[in-house]
Design a protein around this ligand. Structure first.
Ligand SMILES: [Zn+2]
Length: 634
């Protein structure tokens, strides 16, 4: 009797689903599901109910009925609709309103899911849920807390135009394909902490009304934060951005922290962080700490008060592969040298190879063509709205891609690529936009960078580092600023522009003392000119200004032997003697000496002397200025 009863209880227990309905870690275990068993042993290892069954052919009708019942009951009793661990085969909730709190905890959506324009009036909990296919929350409204903690998006996930009235938690979520948050509005804090974006992440036009937490998030492809407005703090510490990161025309109203953030660092010519046209309301709250900004673009963003600490900047020889190519070329030549004085030539080659490169910091903006061209803006918002009507995430994605084609015109360096893009662009957007694109494509626009704009950025950086007391780095920015001033030319005709760039006053300033940053260069020029004039003076000749009792005479290349014959007391004599006397004259002229033993002859020699005086005093001045610059601040 007892045995029978216990058997009956055992079979009864076996007949209900044991899947746990809630599971918050090991200590908090939920109740078993308790629904009758649905038999599909080829899909379910443990016998479970139809809601928990992984059978792809399970009756959608029955599933739907139970789903609606749970929802109804939750609405009536004002409790949570609990769908923990359910397997959704069909999930089309387009425009659906969920009036009670919903728990989609550990739910699996095995097909495409559609939550377009759905409204969640209670908490929406998608913690640890799995979307095996594309899911779209485009235009959805989350009136209460929304949790996507640890949620896995196996395909495209679209949250375009969604509104989060309370906290949105996407921490530790994984987006295997593209993640779209275009024009999303987060009315309270949003967390993407430690989220992983396997493909491009689109946040264009989104609005973060409170803290936006992207700490330790990982972006394996391009990340787009174009036009995003961060009203609260934006945190990107320890985040990894492997490819292009656009913050173009973004707006930061609170703090922005990039501590130990990793941006693209692959020594290619492609930009990593794009921080151009960014509006910063409190620049002192924007912080870059221990980040590599070697491939970052900054023009048109006010950097004068932004905090840069232990930041690694680009130096002018950064594009490594060029250097390696040069080394390889030299090495091949080293072996190929033949003929007389082989070792001398090889020595020359080697010395050129090991000569230290001038180390100077610069901005990446200098390397990117088309910098400073006003942003080409497509009505992104309209595109997004257009896509609401046809519910497919893929369409949205395509439109987004086209939008990026437009953006690419600003940064691309590759002509052939540009051409094919052009054609695609014309096909999609018609004449008006294509015309603009053609304008951008014209060679003048391609080769002419907006140097004055970059110069402004350099100036701000100089001020920034000067204020901090880092004069060494500030010197590099000064150099960059002057370099941009040199390259900026108002001529559009190429030869004229070239002349302007290489022989203007600023260019001469560069050759003479590296814009006042080097005191070695003017010193070397000084020595060079003193020697050069020593050889020049004997051409028009120098006149012997004799001590009393001697006859004056003339000394020059033409007839120096007679002079030393008639003046045997003049020592040293001979050709080199003459050069030495000339050198003394040259030094004396530079040193403002009046009583000279040998005077440059009138009129050409005097003219040379005047010329030398002007040159050497200028160089001397530059030398003193550079010295002062090096030592005055410390
Ligand atoms: Zn169950």
């Amino acid at each position: 009797m007892h045995k029978l009863a216990s058997d009956a209880i055992a079979t009864l227990a076996e007949q209900t689903c044991k899947a746990e309905m809630r599971n918050y870690g090991p200590r908090f275990s939920g109740n078993p599901c308790g629904r009758p068993i649905y038999s599909a042993p080829e899909y379910d290892v443990q016998p479970v109910c139809i809601m928990h069954s992984k059978d792809p052919n399970k009756s959608g009708e029955e599933f739907q009925r139970e789903f609606e019942r749970i929802l109804d009951e939750a609405e009536k009793t004002e409790t949570e609709a609990n769908f923990t661990g359910f397997i959704f085969v069909n999930s089309d909730f387009h425009g659906r309103a969920f009036n009670s709190a919903c728990s989609f905890f550990r739910v699996e959506f095995s097909n495409q899911s559609n939550f377009i324009q759905a409204t969640f009036n209670g908490d929406a909990d998608f913690t640890l849920a799995k979307f095996a296919h594309a899911v779209s929350f485009t235009g959805a409204k989350f009136e209460r807390h929304a949790s996507f903690y640890g949620t896995k998006f196996g395909c495209d996930a679209s949250f375009g135009l969604a509104k989060f009235a309370e906290d949105a938690n996407f921490a530790a979520s994984k987006f295997k394909q593209e993640a779209t948050f275009v024009d999303c509005v987060f009315f309270q804090s949003a967390s993407f902490r430690e989220a992983i974006f396997g493909q491009r992440a689109e946040f264009g036009g989104a609005q973060f009304s409170q803290t936006a937490d992207f700490n330790a998030a990982m972006f394996t492809q391009d990340a787009n934060f174009r036009d995003v407005s961060f009203v609260g703090d934006a945190r990107f510490s320890r985040a990894v951005f492997s490819q292009e990161t656009l913050f173009r025309t973004a707006r930061f109203s609170g703090a922005a922290v990039f501590r130990d953030t990793r941006f693209r660092h692959d020594l290619s010519t492609k930009p990593g962080l794009d921080f151009t046209d960014v509006k910063i309301e409190h620049p002192e709250k924007v912080e870059f700490y221990r980040t590599d900004l070697g491939q970052a673009l900054f023009h048109n963003t006010d950097l004068s008060k932004v905090d840069f600490t232990l930041v690694q900047w680009r130096d002018r020889g950064r594009v490594q592969h060029y250097r390696w190519r040069r080394r390889w070329y030299c090495l091949r030549r080293f072996g190929a040298i033949r003929g007389r004085k082989v070792w001398l030539k090889r020595w020359e080659l080697l010395s050129r190879l090991v000569r230290p490169r001038v180390y100077r910091l610069c901005l990446f903006d200098e390397d990117v063509a088309l910098a400073g061209i006003p942003a080409l803006r497509l009505p992104e918002r309209q595109l997004a709205k257009h896509c609401l009507s046809d519910h497919l995430a893929s369409t949205y994605r395509q439109v987004k891609q086209d939008y990026d084609v437009a953006a690419d015109f600003r940064t691309t360096n590759d002509w052939r690529q540009l051409n094919t893009r052009m054609r695609r662009f014309y096909g999609r957007f018609g004449w008006a936009w294509a015309k603009l694109a053609w304008a951008l494509r014209s060679p003048n626009m391609m080769s002419k960078r907006n140097y004055s704009l970059i110069a402004e950025t350099y100036q701000q950086l100089k001020r920034n580092y000067d204020a901090k007391g880092d004069y060494w780095t500030a010197g590099h920015w000064h150099y960059g600023e002057m370099e941009m001033k040199r390259l900026h030319s108002r001529w559009s005709w190429r030869p004229l522009r070239w002349l302007d760039q290489h022989f203007s006053l600023v260019a001469l300033y560069k050759y003479a003392s590296a814009y006042g940053e080097s005191y070695i260069i003017p010193l070397l020029w000084l020595v060079f000119f003193l020697a050069a004039f020593a050889f020049l003076y004997p051409v028009p000749g120098i006149e012997f200004n004799p001590p009393p009792g001697n006859i004056s005479a003339w000394l020059g290349y033409v007839d120096w032997t007679t002079f030393f014959h008639t003046h045997p007391a003049e020592h040293p004599s001979g050709f080199w003697g003459m050069i030495l006397h000339s050198l003394m004259t040259s030094i004396s002229v530079a040193g403002f000496q009046r009583e000279l033993r040998y005077v440059p002859s009138y009129p050409w020699g005097r003219m040379l002397a005047l010329f030398e005086l002007v040159l050497t005093t200028t160089l001397g001045g530059l030398f003193l200025l550079a010295i002062r610059r090096q030592f005055k601040r410390s």
